[in-house]
Write a protein of this length. Sequence first.
Length: 296
Amino acid sequence: MDVLKIKDELNELEVLLSVAKGGTARSFLQSAHKELLEKLKTAENEQKKKESEKQKKKKESKLEEPWSEEEHLAFLEALMSYGPKNPEAISTHIATKNVPQVEKYLENLFEEQKSRHYERLMTYYWDQSSTFVNVHITLPNIKTLTPRNLILILYPTSLHLKIHDLDNKNYSLDIPNLYGQISPPRSFYEKNVDLIVIKLKKHSPFAWLKLESPNKPDGSFFGKKKPEFVMVDGEMKLEEPAGYGLDRDMSFVDVLRQFYQEGDNDLKKFLLQSWEETIDTVGVGLEFLSTSNDNE
């Protein structure tokens, strides 16, 4: 039904009603006026429904618009820096895609990943400087890997890497609990002929003892209480909860360094005081407490 046509008929009818006197004629006009009002209401509802469906189809069509290679690469850059839970930031970084389009693209990406079989990456090593932790990944024919097939997602305390279609294989590397915090927006990766280097920007410059920490993000050691230094009979002693256990591959200096970096002010004061008393005998300074050249 045409809304405009019904409105015109209503206008004409209302003119007639204004001049009609009582009796059968006026009753007929009033009844016709009521019917036209119902028709107008129905017609307006149908018009709104059609407009809504039209907008929905337009929106769906826009969501399915193809992405250019430049948009896809910008998406991967933003995904690495901001993570999948921040589509607003990803959209801003891409500039040419809105938030619903980014959300749909993320949904399609993760659905597509579910259909893939991944081999866990084992061939990697790491080193560090005062500002970056560098994760080196080596794979056969890595030079043939295109940027669109490398998906890296970084969080302040974790790393998640997916490599697609390298010699018809898919690889994954997940480090859910990095030894220290990183700054994802300031991290990046480099690729050359035979390896990928993921450069993780340290949040603070202290030396990492491991790439992955045994501690959960809440500071607990796999859910167990951490060891503490306590005062017993006037002496500071280490109280180690059952089942804790230090990394047996760590040197004595590494153990001291870990306690110093993770300890409270009282523990640090105790370690500094104890070490100062033995410097003349041992001949080693305090630098080891904050620096390390050890690589995993």
